[in-house]
Design a protein around this ligand. Structure first.
Ligand code: SF4
Length: 472
């Protein structure tokens, strides 16, 4: 694509973004290697449990209960978090959340903040916003650090730099950090660690997301594998945690179930390397921890999802990324083709609600509706039906394509009348005989580029049934 104008990264440009990437063999290789490795590791550790399906059902039930009583759980969480010493803020949208963060940082005169991996802060474009305000915001998760250096969006919920090979990362580090080029993963990690360690020590504040928020104790839980989350939340004097309203769990007992499901589904681990449970800021006798803990609870379109009886279950998502890994469309086009930070099946379900149908209404079409996503989801979200639901809403709003509407009307008429159905079968077989067969393509633009039209069987099913049906 060199020399060509880059397509603007937005879900409106879904088709163009896909075209830009689908013929990139290196990207296909990176995607295939990363997703197949994670899926294989997942299958290994899921096999630990004969009752995996029961665990999924239990998790789904717990989340259904929380989402159905979200107002009560949110109030309970707030009360307990405040009594543990945290300050709780409510943000209706991205702009409100950005303003709250900015005000907190101004109050503590922060110039440098360290961020641990968080899709919610990606959603509100917090890093960009802070840079615009003159505050340095450094991503400290290795994958996030790589995409920040590259000036890109994360291409996966749990593995932001999954689209890059080690060679590409080596080239990026050499260019951006002025070091000798190396493709050795250990050397690259050590280089990033050296840079980031300094930032941790100098940072005025740390910003994190929240994996789970436990209502009956006001505890937030952050899981990660690099220790950067723990350093970001424990070393600086101020910790700001940003969470969506849907992150709640009722109690610690349910958290133990979700930790098992999340680690296995996301990275194929039995448990993530670091699980931090944070309840309030540093106490008088604590050796470390922040002096101030601020928790920002974000809506940003989630209550619209809550109001939709069908879509509501998408709020059960624990952002494990398994549906992305198993999706044949994601495996082919990669996360950046979706044009927004939430990609894959769950991204295509929630983005039209978070960003608006005008902006992201086409995303649910990036699916074959095979159902692999729903099958793997640890909280049993019926993803492919939700994709259909979002398509329906898009058509209702946009009015649909007139040619497509006409075709479906004809199809409906044909299916309703036996005589029409028989005639259309005959015509179809005739067309198949003329155009079909090996190396024959239908004169349909685009469609026939990669498909051959098969020759029809010598006899129709109806004829065969007449001849042999009675023998069975
Ligand atoms: S929808 Fe399910 S599989 Fe996809 S990220 Fe959410 S929890 Fe994971």
């Amino acid at each position: 694509m060199s020399g060509q104008k880059k397509v603007q990264v937005t879900p409106r440009n879904l088709k163009l973004l896909v075209q830009e990437r689908i013929y990139n063999p290196q990207l296909r290789k990176n995607l295939s290697r990363a997703t197949s490795t994670t899926l294989a590791k997942r299958a290994d550790v899921v096999a630990d449990f004969t009752q995996w399906e029961e665990m999924r059902s239990a998790a789904s039930e717990i989340k259904d209960g929380v989402i159905a009583n979200l107002d009560t759980y949110l109030e309970q969480f707030e009360e307990n978090a405040v009594s543990a010493g945290a300050t709780v803020h409510w943000a209706a949208d991205a702009q409100a959340a950005q303003s709250i963060v900015y005000q907190i940082l101004r109050d503590c005169d922060a110039k440098l903040v360290v961020k641990s991996k968080s899709m919610t802060t990606e959603e509100i474009r917090l890093g960009h916003f802070l840079e615009e305000q003159g505050i340095e915001a450094v991503e400290t998760d290795l994958g996030e650090y790589i995409v920040q250096l590259a000036g890109e969006l994360p291409s996966h919920i749990t593995a932001p730099a999954l689209h890059k090979s080690r060679e590409e990362i080596g080239e990026l580090f050499a260019k951006k950090l002025g070091i000798d080029r190396t493709n050795d993963p250990e050397a690259l990690t050590a280089i990033a660690r050296d840079v980031l360690r300094e930032k941790f020590l100098q940072a005025d504040a740390g910003i994190s997301g929240v994996n789970f928020a436990v209502a009956d104790s006001g505890t937030i839980c952050i899981v990660e594998n690099e220790g950067n989350g723990r350093l970001s939340t424990a070393l600086p004097k101020t910790h700001i945690a940003v969470m969506g309203i849907e992150k709640l769990l009722p109690d610690m007992q349910s958290l133990t179930l979700f930790l098992q499901l999340l680690a296995r589904s996301s990275t194929g681990q039995r448990i993530t390397s670091y699980t931090s449970l944070i309840r309030g800021p540093k106490a008088k006798d604590d050796l470390d921890g922040p002096e101030d803990l601020h928790i920002i609870i974000l809506d940003n379109g989630r209550t619209d999802i809550l109001e939709d009886d069908d879509l509501r279950e998408s709020l059960n998502c624990i952002r494990c990324g398994a549906c992305l890994n198993t999706c044949p469309v994601y495996q082919t086009i990669g996360g950046h083709s979706y044009g927004t930070q939430y990609s894959g099946p769950i991204g295509a379900v929630i983005s039209p609600s978070l960003l608006g149908v005008e902006e992201a209404g086409k995303m649910p079409y990036a699916s074959s509706l095979c159902g692999a996503c729903a099958e793997i989801c640890p909280v049993q979200i019926d993803l492919h039906h939700l994709l259909l639901h979002q398509r329906r809403k898009y058509i209702e709003r946009q009015g649909g394509n007139p040619a497509e509407r006409l075709l479906f009307r004809l199809w409906m008429m044909t299916m309703k009348h036996a005589a029409l159905y028989s005639v259309s079968g005959l015509l179809g077989r005739l067309a198949g005989t003329i155009f079909g067969g090996s190396n024959r393509t239908l004169p349909v633009p685009g469609w026939s580029k990669s498909r051959e039209f098969p020759a029809p069987a010598p006899k129709s099913f109806k004829q065969l049934w007449k001849e042999h049906g009675s023998e069975r």
